[in-house]
Write a protein that binds this ligand. Structure first.
Ligand code: PHE
Length: 455
């Protein structure tokens, strides 16, 4: 995609398959894989969660990712317009556009908390760089994190800074900057995760960590775990809300969507597993609590950085890369919001990016305060804070159901003839497999997981 001031029509295209791949991997690999996945494993039953997650990603996530990119490339417009047009073409109904509208709502809500948490990683850059985290015990890094969360003003500053960093490239047209950055930063992030895994293997309780992550524990697979893992599969692949529809719209015709999707899924799984393998050995060696929640990455890795030689440097680099991984994801949350409105309203791309970003930023205070002054506020009763609700609603309800609608659309509404050509499988066998997955398996599986939650 070239930078253009008119984002509505997909005026541009990715400059190459590689550029698209990096942007799509950049979108999927982010806080979801490095921050959220480990703590969800911790709170959601260890290896049981891992197992269900892997099944969901492969049997449900991958086929839906393929469907979403395909629909995006067929429509070549903003997410809502694409669904309105394709809906008219294949079913005579424009109401499919509603799926796009719900997706935009989900994008705003996710961006609101994403920016708060990404702000934490920005804040950790100077904390590590100045060495103030060196040599701390697990209990001490835990306390440092809690003290940080207790300070709404500091959080507001980092939240604002991160949102600003998100708005600027989107306002400009994301390509020039983002494409160039992700090409070398993503590989560096992977390498650093590998270094951390090695460190965890030597200094941490590697066996306990591996057992926790990988020893199959079918008994622990409950409906709660299934729903949480399903939600995480959608969240970590950035599917179900229109991000991949928007990115697919800029995809050149010759690029193989199935192959590309396999690479994206593989990268998402690899990062998540590496993050888990880096974190849990450290958790167990330091007597930390695996179900400690959203602070897990910040507390555990800080212990590791504080103890290893050159840890201040490694730690700084790690949080820089984490912030960048988050940025390539947050940009992909703001992009579909902008693309959805561009062309419908008389505002420039840049104005839309600012408005979308500011709305999400303001909403972000629901999350920001959930960690301090509103930590005891439980809207709708129960134990969930505002952050918990927004996270639950988006990951566990809106994305899965949005993804199912896209799967049904690609599988049942688009004609077989057109979908064969549009998806572009080389083998008829894989095409048929994909079609069964999007028509039957994914919808039934996901709806069962979501509905089970209400009983
Ligand atoms: N996939 C991103 C992550 O794992 C989050 C995201 C979700 C980005 C949905 C875009 C759309 O961090």
């Amino acid at each position: 995609m070239q930078s253009n001031d008119n984002a509505g029509a997909a005026a541009g295209q990715w400059s190459s398959r590689f550029a698209f791949l990096m942007a799509a991997i950049g979108s999927s690999v982010g806080l979801g894989n490095i921050w959220k996945f480990p703590y969800m494993i911790g709170t959601g039953g260890g290896s049981a969660f891992m197992l269900v997650y892997l099944i969901c990603v492969l049997a449900v996530g991958l086929p839906i990712l393929i469907a979403e990119l395909t629909l995006g490339r067929m429509g070549r417009q903003g997410p809502i317009e694409t669904l309105v047009d394709l809906g008219r073409r294949y079913s005579g109904r424009a109401t499919w556009g509603l799926v796009g509208c719900v997706g935009v709502l989900a994008a705003v809500l996710i961006l609101s908390f994403y920016s708060v948490v990404a702000g934490w990683s920005l804040a950790y850059i100077p904390k590590l760089l100045t060495g103030q985290m060196s040599g701390l015990s697990g209990a001490e890094t835990g306390k440092a994190f809690n003290d940080f969360l207790a300070d709404p003003l500091a959080l507001t500053f980092w939240h604002a800074l991160f949102m600003l960093l998100t708005i600027i490239p989107v306002a400009r047209g994301i390509q020039s900057g983002i494409e160039k950055a992700v090409v070398w930063m993503m590989p560096l992030l992977f390498s650093l995760l590998v270094v951390l895994c090695i460190y965890a293997g030597i200094e941490g309780d590697f066996t306990a960590g591996m057992v926790y992550l990988f020893k199959p524990d079918f008994g622990a697979v409950t409906w709660d775990v299934v729903l949480a893992a399903t939600g995480q599969a959608f969240f970590s692949l950035s599917i179900g809300l229109g991000t991949m529809l928007a990115y697919g719209a800029y995809l050149p015709g010759g690029v193989s969507i199935p192959r590309t999707s396999v690479v994206i899924v593989f990268a998402a799984i690899l990062t998540a597993v590496l993050a888990g393998a880096a974190i849990f050995p450290i958790v167990f060696a330091n007597g930390l609590n695996p179900s400690e929640g959203p602070g897990l990455v910040f507390v555990t890795l800080t212990v590791a950085f504080g103890a290893m030689p050159g840890g201040a440097i490694f730690g700084t680099v790690f949080f820089v890369l984490l912030a960048i991984a988050a940025l390539t994801s947050s940009v992909s949350l703001l992009e579909p919001i902008v693309a959805a409105f561009a062309g419908r309203v008389r505002l420039s791309r840049s104005a839309l990016a600012w408005i979308g970003g500011i709305v999400a930023w303001v909403l972000g205070f629901l999350t920001l305060f959930s960690f301090n002054i509103w930590s005891d506020v439980h809207p709708l009763g129960g134990t969930r804070t505002w952050f918990d609700w927004i996270d639950f609603l988006t990951s566990n309800i809106l994305l899965p159901l949005g993804g199912v609608m896209l799967a049904l659309f690609a599988g049942w509404v688009v004609t077989r003839q057109d979908s064969v050509a549009a998806v572009g499988f080389e083998s008829p066998f894989f095409y048929s497999l994909w079609r069964i997955l999007v028509r039957v398996v994914a919808p039934i599986g996901v709806v069962a997981a979501v509905v089970s939650n209400f009983f």
